[in-house]
Design a protein around this ligand. Structure first.
Ligand code: UDP
Ligand code: MG
Length: 338
């Protein structure tokens, strides 16, 4: 995981313009929440670009509980274009859930995700596909991003820096929705919360090869952004989750236990010191704040170790009940008939 992901543009010029030969079917997943003003143009542009890839394709529009005319427009598209699959969620579940729904229905060998507000450009899709031959996940990099600086780009810069430091997966732009995945990558993932921006980091745990390619980004011309500055906090919390799961999901006691032992030992030493002063010098220790600290640290230490042990049991329940291995196999060679 320390390995650097290949950086944008690297080798893109020498990559063949066409999609790889093994790619027989492509799924494009687009989440839509109140995007009635964008859908028709989006579909026109997708329907222009996708046939040129020479690959059989489907476009999965996921209506994430829109309250405007999005659902009706999608119904029209599904009727008029046989490449369209329109999913309607019962209420607004959020962009990550919308992606997850799209993934569940996607039948392609490669799955491309993008925003439905035309900030991503469908014309970039063929370039992502050309790169997927050598990588498992190709992520867009909005190098010249057209979003407001203070409310969006600045928090994003901080978030990108943090995510790259913490997860060890080096990308410039984690938030870009325009990405291409091989089918295996998606089918191995479970998404929660606002996790879609962490897919490259989570996927790196599975040992997938990640590349980043520069993509065009446009200003939002119609409709409004669904997010504000509050997203930054959510990203930080999700980041903590991802980091924890990445490092300790199969050995939680090593995280909680270490903290617990540290706190417990400090508490023990403090209490020992106070006890000795009391016993040897007859000092009054009942009113000392240090006594409280010592007791607190001992209790916290015990709690943390207990939490670690409970987590260890949870890990076993999780893996054993679902028969989930703690490893991922790439391929098996020379397997004998049973
Ligand atoms: N979106 C969604 N559900 C939500 C919020 C957003 O499906 O709860 C979709 C939205 O319609 C758009 C994409 O996710 O296609 C990105 O949203 P937006 O453009 O608001 O995000 P930004 O580009 O401002 O980060
Ligand atoms: Mg947008």
């Amino acid at each position: 995981m320390e390995e650097k992901a290949p950086v944008s543009g690297e080798g893109v010029s020498e990559v063949p313009k066409n999609a790889p030969a093994w790619l027989k079917r492509l799924s494009v997943v687009v989440p839509l929440y109140n995007e009635e003003e964008n859908i028709e143009e989006l579909h026109r542009r997708l329907a222009d670009v996708l046939p040129s890839t020479g690959v059989d394709y489907e476009i999965i529009y996921v209506d994430d509980g829109s309250t405007d005319g999005t659902a009706e427009l999608l119904e029209g598209l599904a009727l008029s274009d046989s490449h369209v699959v329109a999913l309607s969620l019962r209420r607004n579940f959020g962009q990550t859930a919308a992606f997850a729904a799209g993934f569940d229905f996607a039948r392609g060998d490669v799955i491309v995700t993008m925003d439905g507000d035309l900030q991503n450009d469908p014309a970039d899709i063929p370039r992502l596909l050309a790169c997927i031959d050598r990588y498992d996940l190709v992520s867009g990099w909005r190098r010249k991003r057209k979003d407001p600086f203070f409310s969006r780009r600045l928090p994003s810069m901080v978030a990108n820096w943090l995510i790259s430091k913490v997860t060890g997966v080096r990308l410039h732009d984690y938030g870009c929705s325009l990405k291409a995945y091989r089918r295996e990558v998606i089918k191995n993932l479970n998404l929660y919360g606002e996790m879609h921006r962490f897919i490259p980091a989570v996927a790196s745990w599975y040992g997938v090869r990640v590349a980043e390619v520069e993509t065009t980004h446009h200003r939002r011309h119609r409709g409004s952004s669904k997010y504000g500055i509050s997203r930054t906090i959510k990203v930080v919390l999700d980041l903590i989750t991802v980091k924890f799961l990445q490092s300790f999901s199969t050995k939680p006691i090593q995280f909680f236990g270490l903290l617990g032992l540290g706190a417990g030992s400090a508490g023990f030493l403090i209490s020992l010191y106070l006890t000795l002063r009391k016993l040897l010098f007859g000092e009054e220790i009942g009113s000392r704040p240090l006594l409280l600290l010592g007791i607190l640290l001992i209790i916290v230490g015990i709690q943390l170790i207990g939490m670690g042990l409970i987590s260890e049991m949870l890990v076993r329940v999780y893996h054993e009940s679902q028969r989930k291995p703690i490893y991922v196999i790439k391929e098996i060679l020379g397997q004998k008939e049973k």
